[in-house]
Unconditional design. Sequence first.
Length: 424
Amino acid sequence: MKLDKQSIEQHNQGLTAKHQRALAFVSDDIPQVEDIIAKLEKFQIAIPSWALGTGGTRFGRFTGKGEPGSLEQKIEDVGLLHALNKSSGAISLHIPWDIPEDANKIKELAASHGLVFDAVNSNTFQDQPGQAYSYKFGSLHHVDPKVRKQAVDHNIDVINHGIALGSKALTVWLADGSSFPGQLNFREAFQNTLESLKEIYAHLPEDWKLFVEYKAFEPFFYSTTIGDWGQSLLLASKLGSKAYTLVDLGHHLPNANIEQIVSLLLMEGKLGGFHFNDSKYADDDLTAGSIKPYQLFLIFNELVDGMDARGIDHSSGLGWMIDASHNLKDPLVDLLQSVEAIKIAYAQALLVDRVALKQAQQANDVVRAQEILQHAFRTDVRSIVAEARLRQGAALNPVALFNELDVRGKLIAERGSQSVATGL
Ligand SMILES: [Mn+2]
């Protein structure tokens, strides 16, 4: 299904008066509000193809209804999100869960929804039917060169799919690690990973990036071969200028200072992209901003500061992606909430008075520094984010319109209640 312009306009008309009041109230004290709105309009967050179905837990999967059963339907779903918020204009594909049979047709379909293809993701954390060697003991770090070669070849295959779709980046996340002391030689595992990544890197087109994702633990529980940003940065530095570190918010040990990590990676020109989600305990993959909105703001504060310091374009300089999936909410509504939370944090970060903050830091005025940050965080910017949407023809309240139009009900009528998304 596609949303028609008229239902969006009708929805907006009903909310206009209230919206204008809220916008006028908050804008009065923000001289640069037009600049913030312009930046918000440009800022797009890629939707992962694996988040459109109801995710599972280690204990089971409770499937939703009307889930997208094909790549075409997944693109249709992201198109719906983009029509509702005009902030989800890209899709990040996972291979082999979503292999396009006819890349040109898929590209055209995506373009008809106003979508482009963001980073492609390889998968060497599962065995696929007919695969010669198992990844049970890892992939790019494996002791057996035949397993490593199979994993390298898969990544090259993913790059080729991405080239056909117009992607410009490959994200590599490895489930390589060990669960028991003595299982692995750390140095050999790292060297094997580096050599494998070098072979993949050699196949990257000139205008592509390689994102090296890290994760502290899980699925292994003693060591992870790319376990933290230091190990990722080490690999990215050895690989070359097209390799970057990718930060997934859920891939840190509890209470890690992610904003400091982001700041230093940006300083070194090695922050490639982001996977947004939120968590209470570990890699919980919850809706962005649902547990720790202040942390999300502090991360964006460093992102804006660091990108401006290096003259990086906010919307295109880094890869912005959601990586979240759970099994309670409607996945489409969940993604709308995540995108909204990300844009709110970004808008608040744009509000920070950086000249005053610098002065406070130079004067060791701790109280003033906190006041400046928390003033921005406590400003209700929802109407500013909504205004950016309104100007692009999207809905003032995407979640409300999703419900008003009974989008899920219509998808169930089209696809049936048994349709299950491929992937997780
Ligand atoms: Mn991730």
